[in-house]
Design a protein around this ligand. Structure first.
Ligand SMILES: NC(=O)c1ccc[n+]([C@@H]2O[C@H](COP(=O)([O-])OP(=O)(O)OC[C@H]3O[C@@H](n4cnc5c(N)ncnc54)[C@H](O)[C@@H]3O)[C@@H](O)[C@H]2O)c1
Length: 235
């Protein structure tokens, strides 16, 4: 039986690398993203693409119904949000970051879990961030949303622990993706200086971890926030 995966935010970066990796692993992979232009470029390399705003529960439910059954869900859709001290964070910037990063993850998990539980098998991998563990200055909305993703993962993992469904998150440090293209070099240098391996990570390295978490081989580990930070976080 060929398993089917849905990768949100799969038109770019970690999501795209994960989609390719899961394809290589033999899964049928569907990519959903809010960015139509990027999706067109991805289309030939995966089984299907769909335009989706993960913060819209109606759209999420409709896409999941169309693609069902989904065996593997990778939540990689995300935005950085306001890069400002909290007193300057606009209310709508806070709300949008939470809506995409946290509520978007809630929406997709809520939509796929009933059918995963019914079939007795499922794997969910949520892309969180080291920011959710440590709290990055001037990224309060992002850090809070990713801490929320880690908590959401832990909670739901326990709810479905006896249903054959395994739910984990990953917490990368800085990864070379378009999300960091506009980051100033001195900021990147500062982030790299905190990484014992002395370099940024590659999206394929995160995809390798996603691949294992989405597989049968991940069988006795759920509710975790898997570190992938070049040694920055050793907890
Ligand atoms: N790059 C890093 O350094 C890093 C580090 C830690 C965690 N992360 C997380 O990894 C995930 C992927 O980030 P990336 O680095 O690949 O960035 P990216 O910008 O390359 O990819 C993110 C994708 O999410 C899509 N997206 C944004 N809003 C969406 C929405 N409302 N609905 C559906 N799709 C939406 C974008 O169009 C984009 O294709 C994010 O959740 C990010 O927070 C990234």
């Amino acid at each position: 039986m060929v398993r089917r995966a849905l990768v949100t935010g799969g038109a770019s970066g970690i999501g795209l690398a994960s989609a390719h990796r899961l394809n290589t692993d033999g899964l049928e992979v569907f990519v959903a993203d809010v960015n139509e232009v990027q999706l067109e470029a991805v289309e030939p390399t995966v089984s299907g693409v769909g335009i989706l705003d993960v913060s819209d529960p109606g759209a999420v439910n409709a896409l999941v119904a169309e693609l069902s059954p989904i065996d593997v869900l990778v939540n990689s859709a995300g935005v950085v949000g306001p890069n400002l001290p909290i007193w300057d964070v606009p209310d709508d910037g806070w709300a949008h970051t939470m809506a995409v990063n946290l509520t978007g993850t809630f929406n997709t998990m809520k939509a796929v879990l009933p059918q995963m539980r019914e079939r007795g098998w499922g794997r969910i991998v949520n892309i969180a961030s080291i920011a959710g563990k440590e709290g990055n200055p001037n990224l309060s909305a992002y850090s809070a949303s990713k801490a929320g993703v880690i908590g959401l993962t832990k909670s739901v993992a326990k709810e479905v622990a006896q249903d054959g469904v395994i739910v984990n998150s990953v917490a990368p440090a800085v990864i070379a993706t378009p999300m960091n293209e506009d980051t100033a070099q001195h900021v990147l240098d500062y982030m790299i200086s905190k990484i014992p391996m002395g370099r940024v990570g590659q999206p394929e390295e995160v995809a390798a971890l996603v691949s294992w978490l989405a597989s049968d081989e991940c069988s006795f580990s759920t509710g975790q926030a898997y570190d992938i930070s070049g040694g920055r976080a050793t907890y």
